[in-house]
Design a protein around this ligand. Structure first.
Ligand code: ADP
Ligand code: TYD
Length: 203
């Protein structure tokens, strides 16, 4: 099973991905917990180009190419081998992030994103958990981390609001695999909903 977490910056995806991995491992499942951009050595190198530096460092079009290159390496070298070995793969972000961040927030580039996805990735998750919350609160959480990986946070609050709308629209478009989770609660309450969605899908 291939599970992805999606949502705006700071919504709690990484926290929930970690909690879910721990829970599934405790149940005796083999779990690979990974993230994008990154997840394989080559893709982690590309990650640095994308998340650090000035917001205008790359155009949205160049970002589409870099994220897709990173994803292809991650898929070939980490995700597909793990799925073939029978592991549950949990990825903190995947192709839906490109659909929203590059495809829908700085002009309508969705056709370009979809075309590259079809040619280079052609794989969808079995289940996508979209952690939804107010962008202003999430931005505060995200920037408070002081991770130095804030290039996308620095596009500002308006950008985060467009992202949220983009993820909610995506949940409708891919309603067969997407579940929206209210992220504006304590991590344990959010985690309980995540577990329920995963157990529903596993059965
Ligand atoms: P994301 O991966 O979506 O950017 P993180 O899981 O890294 O989000 O969370 C962003 C920040 O908010 C972290 O400092 C984390 O400890 C904190 N955080 C995560 N989940 C919650 C929650 N449910 N309530 C309050 N703070 C949270
Ligand atoms: P991530 O480390 O998940 O950021 P955060 O913890 O703040 O949610 O991802 C890094 C940034 O890359 C994030 O701002 C979203 C962006 N991103 C895209 O723009 N397109 C993509 O395809 C992916 C995977 C991430």
């Amino acid at each position: 099973m291939f599970i992805t977490f999606e949502g705006i910056d700071g919504s709690g995806k990484s926290t929930q991905a970690r909690l879910l991995a721990g829970r599934l491992e405790k149940d005796g499942r083999s779990v690979v917990l990974t993230r994008e951009p990154g997840g394989s050595p080559g893709a982690e190198e590309i990650r640095r180009l994308l998340v650090e530096g000035e917001p205008d460092r790359w155009s949205a079009e160049t970002e589409i190419l870099l994220f897709t290159a990173a994803r292809r390496d991650h898929l070939e070298r980490r995700i597909l081998p793990a799925l073939e070995a029978g592991s549950v793969v949990i990825s903190d972000r995947f192709a839906d992030s490109t659909r929203v961040y590059q495809g829908a927030t700085r002009g309508d580039l969705r056709a370009m994103v979809d075309s590259l996805h079809t040619q280079m990735i052609a794989r969808e998750p079995d289940l996508t958990l979209i952690i939804d919350m107010d962008p202003d609160a999430a931005l505060e959480r995200g920037l408070a981390r002081g991770s130095g990986e804030d290039r996308f946070e620095e596009f500002g609050a308006g950008f985060q609001h467009r992202l949220r709308a983009g993820f909610l629209a995506l949940a409708e478009e891919y309603s067969d695999r997407c579940v929206i989770i209210d992220g504006a609660r304590g991590a344990d309450d959010v985690g309980a909903d995540v577990t329920k969605a995963v157990l529903d899908r596993l059965s």
